[in-house]
Design a protein around this ligand. Structure first.
Ligand code: ATP
Ligand code: LTN
Length: 334
């Protein structure tokens, strides 16, 4: 608890351009949760380097991601928005937790299996230990809830296992966090292959809607979205393409999938695709406008980056010191 509020932590990697999946599965929920909880929203740039990055691009993307958090409606004064690399406690706790995590546990992580298949020339130790750094992120803040997309469920479970193991040895050091998965939008699929999640690292740009895509591009991508030959707008697993479009429309409009089906009863796929495209384009237009405005406010964003890193470090170091003491590191002399 911080000032009587439960603690929420989440983060996104500063790799690639954000997609509609990132927005509906994560960012949009972050905004709606930010009144109820004391929130820490991190740009997890240390996670990003598990895959090789160009330095200038990485730096630029980290900044634009943080700006996007604010543009999406997260108040940077009430909430703590910061770069992971500015708070050294993340890496320090991760090292400690590495020593309480088993190789076997990490080998079972599906994200590791997927990413090591994709980056076969660079299967580094960081990629393998990625979930331990994520556990450190979360546990540093005595986090109660972690809003993420369903693809991160396994990482959250391992975080809970590591925390329980540590608490079992040293007493109640860490709060055990709960995952929070939005009802709709938790898994937005690729528009070109609805069996695959929409991902910012997809090689086919037509599968993903990027948050910075212009209106025409958005509508064109929706028009080309892969569907089926059934020809009827229904919400079931046999029509994964239509299912995905219904999810997107329902998440953007804040209505249930059943209401979407009713609204488009008897209408054709073509008409439905255009309606989804226009809705998404309208929603993203206001986000893009705000992002552009904030990007020009350099001093304001610099101030937020500095102050929030200090606020985050304050809470993170409290937990880190406690952990260091518990495991038997010598106390600091003041
Ligand atoms: P990459 O493809 O580079 O692994 P990603 O697009 O999966 O990246 P992350 O940075 O790993 O994005 O995820 C940021 C947040 O967005 C996480 O909470 C994740 O669960 C969520 N998210 C990512 N893709 C989707 C999706 N298709 N649908 C819903 N949520 C998603
Ligand atoms: N692994 C996450 C990003 C991430 C995260 C976190 C999310 C890193 N640390 C802590 C929530 C809490 C991802 O790939 N989406």
């Amino acid at each position: 608890m911080i000032d009587g509020k439960k603690v929420l932590f989440s983060g996104m990697q500063s790799t690639g351009n954000l997609t509609l999946g990132n927005y509906l599965g994560a960012l949009k929920n972050w905004v709606s949760l930010s009144d109820e909880y004391q929130c820490f929203y991190c740009v997890v740039d240390e996670h990003s380097i598990t895959v090789r990055q160009d330095p200038a691009t990485l730096r630029k993307r980290a900044r634009s991601l943080l700006t996007l958090y604010i543009a999406a409606g997260i108040d940077p004064v009430k909430n703590v928005l910061y770069y992971q690399s500015h708070v050294s406690a993340h890496a320090e706790l991760a090292w400690i937790l590495n020593c309480y995590t088993y190789m076997g546990e990490m080998s079972r992580m599906t994200q590791f299996k997927d990413k090591s298949a994709k980056h076969a020339d660079n299967i580094n130790v960081g990629l393998f230990a990625y979930p331990v750094l994520m556990a450190a992120d979360i546990l540093l803040f005595q986090t109660d809830v972690v809003p993420v997309g369903i693809d991160q469920r396994q990482h959250l479970e391992i975080t809970r296992d590591i925390a329980e193991r540590f608490n079992g040895i040293y007493g109640d050091v860490f709060t055990i966090p709960e995952g929070y998965y939005g009802k709709v939008g938790a898994k937005i699929m690729s528009l070109q292959d609805p069996s695959k999640k929409m991902s910012k690292s997809d090689e086919n740009p037509n599968g993903s809607i990027y948050l910075m895509d212009d209106r025409d591009t958005i509508i064109r991508k929706f028009k080309r979205a892969v569907t089926d030959s059934v020809g009827c707008i229904a919400y079931n697993d046999e029509q994964p393409g239509i299912h995905n479009l219904i999810d997107i429309y329902s998440a953007c409009r804040g209505i249930t999938p059943e209401e979407v089906v009713k609204e488009f009863d008897g209408r054709g796929y073509g008409e439905f695709k255009i309606a989804v495209g226009e809705t998404v384009a309208d929603m993203l237009a206001s986000l893009q406008k705000e992002e552009a405005r904030l990007t020009s406010e350099k001093a304001y964003i610099d101030g937020i980056i500095k102050e929030n890193a200090e606020r985050a470090a304050y809470y993170a170091n409290k937990t880190l010191r406690k952990v260091q003491h518990k495991i038997g590191f010598p106390d600091r002399i003041r």
